[in-house]
Design a protein around this ligand. Structure first.
Ligand SMILES: [Zn+2]
Length: 148
């Protein structure tokens, strides 16, 4: 399967859009995610207030899949609680690993469903999950700093 088949209109739109690609004011957590196998880098910034993701954005460079996936993720998690975002990440990983194939279960992922077929391209999987792994790292760091 070639990249063009996966590179749907949804991905094209997110890759070219700068809507979610910028810095935010007063981020409470920001972390880098790197995928050395492709050279993708993103920095995710979140402003978490009382367990709610008030704002989120990313900066970085890399392949279209990594950047579009991060942008789609930000659309999904903004305004959600941290727990909801973590659950979405679980569903996304399940979709990518082909453990969740039920379309009703995947509906919550909205535009991210465009990345479903990436599971057939092992080399690109790390690109697709980079933003989501960075999100989980951010959530972990936030919950640690709240405990201390
Ligand atoms: Zn990549």
């Amino acid at each position: 399967m070639g990249i063009e088949q996966i590179y749907s209109e949804v991905l094209r739109e997110h890759t070219n859009s700068k809507r979610n690609k910028h810095h935010i004011t007063e981020p409470t957590v920001k972390l880098n995610g790197v995928n050395p196998s492709c050279g993708d880098e993103i920095e995710l910034e979140l402003r978490l207030v009382d367990g709610l993701i008030e704002d989120a954005a990313y900066t970085g460079k890399g392949c279209a899949i990594s950047q579009a996936s991060a942008s789609i993720m930000i659309d999904l998690i903004k305004g959600k609680t941290v727990d909801e975002a973590a659950k979405l990440a679980d569903t996304f990983f399940g979709m990518i690993k082909h453990e969740i194939t039920d379309e009703e279960q995947l509906e919550v992922l909205e535009d991210a469903i465009a990345l479903k077929d990436i599971s057939h391209m092992p080399a690109r999987v790390k690109c697709a999950v980079l933003g989501w792994h960075t999100l989980i790292d951010c959530i972990d760091q936030d919950s640690k700093s709240n405990r201390d």
